[in-house]
Design a protein around this ligand. Structure first.
Ligand SMILES: C[S@@+](CC[C@H](N)C(=O)[O-])C[C@H]1O[C@@H](n2cnc3c(N)ncnc32)[C@H](O)[C@@H]1O
Ligand code: SF4
Length: 378
């Protein structure tokens, strides 16, 4: 039996944030019930394939899974447990937004087996929260973290963002301080990506907002990293930090290219040697399932060179780097045989180090990772 990570996409939000281009919709609440029915039907279509797998992690992401009624979440998890081999599940995460959580929902999650809550806080500066389109205040976020803890969850992640319009390094550190003081086990600290189809990108192009200069943005990152390390958090992935033993098991499947399956619109899968993504509209997704066909929009053609490149690019996201023996075990070739030239030149430029067992980025390499990636891609 092989290990598998399962992702469930819940594409509903109360309001679209100005920076976000995830597949998520506001004002489509009338679709929620129907969507959940189709999610469960999609699971049926994979019954045969998944017989060979033990599910190790489940991640309900979005969108805002905590926006929909808690009973839907219970139903999704119960159905997974009924249909697949779930006796070895170690981690069940749900993404939640401050302001959408309450005692009752959290109790429902806990009873369904959720053991990790990932709360999107972004920043604890109220003015900034408003300017990026968030509906909650900093005080609500803090109250929610306390409530999650009070209800017995011992693994909490908080998502934060830096590089936001008019944000300062001091803002970032003061948010990190407050979050660390609340004792959360895991922090994702993301640099803002200006996504093309977002309101924020439009305002930026029209000159209506200003983003921090690149050197300020890098300071936000480095000072954040140093602060979190000084408070006992392990920096284990470019954007992720945790107390010892609390790495996100689900995301480790993605970073080490282990099998995962995504259910729901626009979700991605990597299973049975195939990489594919689902339809990204309700209509196409529903129509395909109505015809008892897996709702797959596109199957990517991954040859072995592409797979090795992806493995290296994803693996280098981990601060510990790529284990050379694992690479050889998986692809039957030494890492140096395939990427010797890039590794040598990147080492000379001070971007990579090789300690004999692992190849990883230096601090400089983490900032200039794209320079290495372009030479790795076939
Ligand atoms: C799937 S999203 C949203 C989860 C949840 N709905 C929320 O808003 O808190 C997960 C995280 O990605 C990050 N994110 C979303 N859009 C981003 C962007 N354009 N650039 C950087 N990080 C982004 C945010 O920190 C967000 O919490
Ligand atoms: S950041 Fe979260 S709440 Fe905001 S639009 Fe994206 S998925 Fe929805």
């Amino acid at each position: 039996m092989k290990d598998l990570a399962v992702y469930i996409h819940i594409p509903f939000c109360d309001k679209k944030c100005y920076y976000c281009d995830f597949t998520s919709f506001s004002g489509l609440d009338k679709r929620i019930e129907e969507y959940i029915e189709y999610l469960l039907l999609e699971m049926d279509l994979y019954r045969e394939t998944l017989k060979e797998y033990n599910i190790k992690t489940i991640f309900l992401g979005g969108g805002t899974p905590s926006y929909i009624d808690g009973s839907y979440i219970v139903k999704i998890i119960r159905t997974l447990f009924e249909k697949y081999n779930c006796s070895l599940v170690e981690e069940i995460t749900i993404e939640a937004n401050p302001g959408t959580l309450d005692r009752e929902k959290l109790m429902q999650y806990r009873e369904a087996g959720v053991n990790r809550i990932s709360l999107g806080v972004q920043t604890l500066n109220d003015q900034l929260l408003k300017s990026i389109g968030r509906l909650h205040t900093a005080a609500e976020a803090i109250e929610n973290i306390k409530l999650i803890r009070e209800l017995g969850f011992s693994n909490i992640n908080v998502d934060l963002m830096f590089g936001l319009p008019d944000q300062t390094v001091a803002d970032c550190i003061s948010t990190l301080e407050e979050i660390v003081d609340l004792g959360v086990e895991h922090i994702s600290y993301y640099s803002l990506i200006l996504e093309e189809k977002t309101m924020m990108n439009r305002w930026f192009e029209e000159g209506k907002i200003r983003l921090p200069d690149e050197d300020v943005e890098r300071d936000m990152y480095h000072e954040g990293v140093n602060f979190l390390k000084s408070r006992g958090y392990e920096h284990y992935e470019i954007s992720n930090f945790c107390k010892p033993g609390y790495q996100c098991k689900h995301n480790l499947f993605y970073w080490t290219l282990k099998p995962y399956i995504g259910f729901g619109i626009s979700s991605h899968s990597n299973i049975e040697g195939k990489r594919f993504c689902n339809y990204n509209t309700f209509k196409d997704y529903f129509d395909s399932i109505d015809r008892s066909k897996v709702p797959v929009l596109e199957v990517e053609d991954i040859d072995s060179h592409m797979e090795m490149a992806e493995y290296v690019i994803m693996g280098l996201r981990l601060i510990g780097g790529i284990n050379k023996e694992d690479f050889k075990g998986r692809f039957g070739r030494a890492l140096e045989d395939v990427y010797g030239k890039v590794i040598d030149s990147s080492m000379r430029a001070g971007l990579l180090v090789d300690d004999g067992t692992y190849v990883r980025f230096t601090d400089k390499g983490l900032d200039l990772s794209n320079m290495v990636y372009v030479d790795i891609l076939p």
